[in-house]
Design a protein around this ligand. Structure first.
Ligand code: ZN
Length: 132
């Protein structure tokens, strides 16, 4: 991990309200983002909600952009965050190598569907094993 001096943009973001006060983010598909927490790039601990601050921009259609900084209470490190949340329950963020990566959100409905399919597969396997 590379340590860089604070930029003016980092300081501006830290003057913004806590991200938690700008949630939930709601999409026209019914998807809601209720919680968002940052992880310290140094010690990997979760950043306290009060110290995770920034801008939530919902002015684009089908995507919400969150730019934030988080200050870790333990190691005093400032971590910068940039997320693009999409209405299809995925989000993109920048990894340590500076590349955009896409991540699939797990939330209630998806978990329910995954469990349902797992149960169906087990049920099918049982049926098949009895037939053999
Ligand atoms: Zn830390």
């Amino acid at each position: 991990m590379e340590r860089l001096p604070l930029t003016d943009e980092d300081k501006e973001l830290f003057k913004c309200p806590a991200v938690i006060t700008q949630l939930p983010i709601m999409f026209e598909t019914g998807l809601q983002l209720l919680e968002l927490t940052g992880q310290c790039a140094g010690c990997k601990r979760l950043i306290h909600n009060d110290l995770f601050r920034g801008r939530v921009n919902t002015g684009f259609r089908g995507v919400a952009v969150v730019e934030a900084v988080g200050v870790c209470k333990q190691c005093k490190l400032v971590t910068r965050f940039l997320f693009r949340f999409k209405k299809d329950a995925t989000y993109e963020t920048i990894n340590d190598q500076g590349e955009w990566v896409r991540i699939y959100l797990s939330f209630g409905v998806l978990d329910f569907l995954k469990n349902m399919f797992a149960a169906m597969r087990r049920w099918l396997r049982r049926l098949l094993s009895k037939a053999v």
